[in-house]
Design a protein around this ligand. Structure first.
Ligand code: BG6
Length: 534
């Protein structure tokens, strides 16, 4: 959604009243490992620039990019400016405010794997800190390939950069996803990291939690008196969570993706996080651990999944938006006989008093017809057939067919109540219900009540990384994953990974530009409606 209000040109004047209580109050150094990677240029730097322009940082501060390529500060700043301009349509970086911001950006070349790289990094950091009076608060952001995470943490600790037992100045570490590749590796990574850091110092990121619309799930459910009583097995037929992407493998993305697959890439994290927010009990307070405790309970209550409740797919050639698209196996850096899934659909169940028996249908895929992420709560039908009973004496319905007013097009099919949280694009919330169609007969038609961010609030909608970077710098872990959340999510996913090792279906099994393999339809059997095509 486009930001509608004007962003202040630089950190001057009073902070905006909504933002001011959440400023980073103290100077800091942010050290980004993987500084020449795509994430830094496309997400992190645009988000930092935007935060700075919004006056969220106390000055001074330093952003130190650490990468393996050889370059100097000026080159790095220029690259970041170009990347920020390319990825942030809301704010051209070409004006003089970029120059002021960029004066706080530095580049440090280092080989993450080599112990001898860390003493020079320590010296550089200390010298920047003393020159600028930064005070020693440090946030290390690990945005590298995941294989480097253990090594970087260990070497930072060996270099004395991760004081475990002291809180002033503050030291924290953000770890990008994927956090492990299965339960065992996630546990091993956790144990390793927690040898050097306290849990409060570790910020495991899932950028979906930073999305405004995802946070709204909690606000909507527990900030209103009228909806929450409906969120349970008595009223809900099933829940559908869809994360559809039209994109395939941009550039060399396949090199990572072919080892991960959709299940690890987005189901274990983004989709299960959405599920927890739909299913969790009201937290005791908005404190990070109260919220995270409720989310963990949901993950632990997931019924162990059977192989039959999961369908995987891989796209072949097809058309997306009318354009011919190559198949996954033809993508750059993807094996020609790859058995990696680019689509997953599964039927989960939360075994507790609130949700027992309600299917949670999760679906994610690449090269689907369009980019859309949504959570749809499908409510049960009205308990009586008042409006679906045949019209006495038969006759034509309002649409002119001879159904006695019971057909899908006039009555029966229209009596649906669906609450949809549109995470992206066109962010908002809508509720569909039945209303009487104008006319001389009592026939219903589907209508909708809708809320959209655009037009309802004046404030711009922040990017996920903007919110998450701000929170990590402030030390608020609410929107980050606690250790037990990550492992509980892997514990659910692991049996699927294990089952899939025993062979794979005939891939490709769906054409690019379609909603995935037809086999996924069996997962919706017994539900009031089939898969949505949002
Ligand atoms: C990332 C996945 O976590 O999320 C990508 O690794 C995916 O494969 C991306 O494309 C989608 O994020 P968003 O915010 O565009 O929905």
């Amino acid at each position: 959604m486009e930001a509608s209000s004007v962003i202040p040109a630089g950190p001057v004047g009073a902070a905006d009243p909504v933002a001011s209580p959440v400023r980073v109050a103290e100077p800091f150094a942010l050290v980004i490992f993987g500084a020449t990677g795509d994430l830094t240029g496309s997400k992190l730097l645009p988000a930092l620039f935007r935060l700075w322009r919004g006056n969220y940082f106390a000055e001074p501060f330093a952003i130190v990019g650490v990468g393996r390529r050889d370059k100097n500060d000026a080159q790095f700043r220029n690259e970041l400016r170009a990347a920020t301009e390319a990825h942030d349509s809301g704010q051209p970086a070409a004006d003089e405010s970029w120059a002021r911001f960029a004066a706080s950006i530095f580049y440090h070349r280092a080989d993450f794997n080599r112990a001898e790289s860390y003493p020079p990094l320590t010296d550089r950091l200390r010298s920047l800190e003393s020159q600028s009076g930064l005070g020693g608060n440090r946030l290390f952001y690990l945005a590298t390939e995941p294989d480097y995470f253990p090594q970087i943490v260990e070497q930072l600790a060996a270099a004395g950069l991760l004081p475990r037992d002291s809180d002033t100045p503050r030291t924290r570490v953000v770890i990008e996803k994927p956090f492990g590749k299965d339960l065992a590796s996630a546990r091993a990574l956790d144990q390793h990291v927690l040898r050097f850091l306290r849990e409060e110092q570790v910020f495991r990121i899932d950028h979906y939690l930073g999305k405004e619309t995802v946070q709204n799930l909690l606000a909507f459910r527990f900030g209103n008196g009228i909806f929450e009583p409906l969120f349970n097995r008595r009223y809900v037929d099933h829940v559908q969570i869809t994360m559809a992407e039209a994109d395939g493998m941009a550039g060399r993305r396949g090199a990572y993706y072919d080892r991960a697959g959709a299940l690890r890439d987005v189901v274990q994290n983004h989709l299960l996080q959405l599920l927890t927010l739909v299913a969790m009990e009201p937290p005791a307070s908005l404190a990070a651990d109260d919220i995270r405790a409720e989310k963990v309970k949901v993950l632990r209550n997931l019924v162990p999944i059977r192989e039959a409740d999961v369908v995987r797919g891989q796209y072949g050639p097809g058309l997306v938006g009318g354009l011919p698209i190559r198949g996954y196996r033809e993508e750059e850096a993807v094996a020609a006989d790859s058995a990696t899934e680019t689509f997953v659909a599964l039927r989960a169940e939360v075994d507790n008093w609130r949700w027992a028996g309600v299917p949670f249908l999760l679906r994610a895929g690449k090269r689907l017809p369009r980019r859309v992420t949504e959570v749809a709560i499908e409510f049960k039908r009205a308990p009586t057939g008042l409006f679906t009973a045949p019209v006495r004496g038969g006759g034509l319905c309002d649409r002119g067919c001879d159904c006695g007013a019971t057909c899908e097009c006039c009555n029966a099919g229209n009596q649906t109540n669906t609450l949809v949280f549109r995470i992206q694009p066109d962010e908002g919330i809508s509720l569909s219900f039945a209303a009487k169609r104008p006319g001389m007969r009592l026939v219903l038609g589907p209508v909708e009540m809708a809320f959209g961010y655009a037009g309802s609030f004046d404030e711009p909608v922040p990017e996920a990384y903007e919110r998450l970077l701000l929170d990590a710098l402030r030390g608020d872990p609410t929107l980050f994953l606690r250790s037990d959340e990550v492992t509980a999510a892997w514990a659910f996913v692991d049996p699927i990974v294990a089952a899939w090792k025993n062979g794979s279906p005939a891939f490709p099994n769906y054409a690019a530009g379609t909603w995935g393999p037809a086999e996924a339809d069996r997962l919706v059997s017994g539900c009031r409606a089939g898969w949505r095509e949002p």
